[in-house]
Write a protein that binds this ligand. Structure first.
Ligand code: ADP
Ligand code: MG
Length: 226
């Protein structure tokens, strides 16, 4: 008998936040899987648990109960250090607020996740410049983030997410604050990565973005429906 394994498996997942006397059940119960090569959009109203789900999936947020398996690795049974290694090998994050470092140039921001990869400086620069070129910012590699438009900052965040060539990209509302043309360009860049074999998981509240996906998941009150 062959065992079918999925790239990502979510089993009996629950996440409750405790702040003071208040408990918020951000994820009440989730069980689902994602296969290698999928392009998933996650939709749902504000507060429904989408960002929590993405951070748990990416090994950044310890669940209250349940398991997250990625490539058969049980993420939250790893040590913190092992989980950090997992993240740098497997995951490219594009956060909701781009989280660029304001006093670092485009090139330096893109090189941040490469710190742990141990290549020589010259090789790192070249790899970073390649992805900066790919997102159309070749001429702006030495600018600071505040010398760029919102769409360009998003591209820097995108370049930083792909520079280590991770097999999984997690993006939290990457088009939320962009005009529709720029938003389309970002979704098309994700689609082209997906065609190269990268598994993409995008949180979005724009239902037009579902057109880029191979599958859509709906999150509602901390539960997930296909
Ligand atoms: P979404 O991304 O769908 O808007 P979130 O995952 O950000 O939803 O939030 C889900 C629920 O969990 C919300 O009620 C939110 O207020 C709460 N929440 C999120 N992060 C925290 C946190 N760090 N501490 C306490 N409550 C939180
Ligand atoms: Mg959110």
């Amino acid at each position: 008998m062959t065992q079918v394994t999925h790239l990502i498996e979510i089993q009996g997942l629950k996440k409750t936040y405790q702040s003071g006397d208040t408990r918020v059940a951000a994820i009440k119960q989730m069980d689902f899987f994602i296969d290698d090569g999928e392009f998933i959009t996650i939709m749902g109203q504000s507060g429904s648990g989408k960002s929590t789900l993405l951070s748990v999936l990416g090994g950044l947020n310890h669940p209250t109960q349940g398991r997250v398996l990625v490539d058969s690795l049980d993420l939250y049974s790893l040590s913190g250090e092992q989980r950090a290694d997992f993240r740098s090998e497997y995951i490219g994050f594009i956060f909701q607020s781009f989280q660029l470092i304001p006093y670092l140039t485009v090139l330096e921001n893109v090189k941040l996740p490469m710190a742990v990869t141990g290549q020589k400086k010259k090789v790192k620069n070249q790899m970073a410049l390649e992805v900066i070129e790919r997102v159309g910012l070749g001429a702006k590699a030495f600018r600071l983030p505040d010398q760029l438009s919102g769409g360009e900052q998003e591209r820097v965040a995108f370049a930083r997410a792909i520079v280590n060539k991770p097999p999984i990209i997690l993006a939290d509302e990457p088009t939320g604050n962009l005009d529709s043309q720029t938003a389309r360009e970002i979704m098309m860049m994700l689609q082209s990565l997906n065609k190269e074999g990268v598994t993409i998981i995008v949180v979005t509240h724009n239902s037009d973005n579902a057109a880029y996906a191979t599958r859509s998941l709906n999150v509602r009150d901390g539960e997930c429906a296909a």
